[in-house]
Design a protein around this ligand. Structure first.
Ligand SMILES: C[S@@+](CC[C@H](N)C(=O)[O-])C[C@H]1O[C@@H](n2cnc3c(N)ncnc32)[C@H](O)[C@@H]1O
Length: 225
């Protein structure tokens, strides 16, 4: 099955030659992770781009999480990538994706367990139990702002939240009235998210220009200097 094109999948937010370099030069993943990445690209399934996957892989190898939560499983590529480092709870609402992800998890030799939670994150985020050391949000972009407060409750004190696809191909900074009506809610809610992330004194945030933009958030510690 091929999938509907996500219009932001091919809109680089950095110089195209730099993007192409990262996608080509960064080593491919081996085994089922590499296989799923290749299949997803061929079938136009929206998964995290290679440079983002490489970054997350390296980040997790350094921070050594004990428990991970993901919102947005799709076919299970990023869940399997992260399950190299710790058990993963991953949430998916699309039944077609759920079936594919289940099959992929079954045929993998993942060193850590992956728990696939079927349903809308709006409901399931209330049911999962933290604390999680890493929370990865990669679902419907208009909902990130709604999910953030619960994710902060579920986050371990030293944990980190990663949010993918925050810049809408750079159009997130365009005037509201230039944005097509069908994506205006995403535009407004991503703006609200960026506003919250950059102004909440309790949060630390950085933005990485990987893919369509990745936000990295943790709880600010009060340090006396
Ligand atoms: C970009 S894909 C996830 C890709 C995956 N993280 C990867 O990189 O391998 C987004 C997925 O989130 C799911 N999704 C979107 N909104 C959701 C929600 N509110 N609850 C659960 N799943 C959701 C979609 O069905 C879709 O499969």
């Amino acid at each position: 099955m091929t999938h509907k094109l996500n219009e932001m999948m091919d809109k680089p937010i950095i110089k195209e030659s730099v993007l192409n370099y990262m996608r080509e030069a960064l080593p491919k993943f081996s085994g089922i992770i590499g296989e799923l990445e290749e299949a997803a690209h061929r079938r136009r399934v929206p998964i995290i781009p290679h440079e983002t996957a490489t970054y997350i892989d390296q980040l997790l190898s350094v921070i050594r999480p004990e428990k991970i939560l993901e919102v947005g499983t799709a076919i299970g590529f990023s869940a399997l990538l992260m399950a190299q480092y710790a058990p993963v709870d991953t949430i998916e609402r699309n039944p077609v994706m759920v079936e594919e992800a289940k099959e992929n998890f079954q045929r993998s030799n993942s060193p850590y367990a992956i728990q696939l939670l079927e349903g809308d994150a709006k409901d399931l985020l209330e049911k999962v139990e933290g604390p999680y050391d890493v929370i990865f949000l990669d679902s419907a972009k208009a909902k990130y702002i709604e999910f953030l407060p619960r994710c902060l409750e579920l986050l371990a004190d030293n944990g980190v939240i990663l949010i993918d696809d925050i810049f809408q191909g750079g159009t997130v900074f365009d005037d509201d009235d230039t944005i097509p009506r069908r994506v205006r809610k995403i535009h407004r809610n991503l703006n609200a998210l960026l506003e919250k992330l950059t102004n909440d004194p309790m949060l630390k945030v950085s933005f990485l220009p990987l893919g369509d933009g990745l936000a990295m958030i943790n709880k600010r510690k009060i340090v006396k200097v």
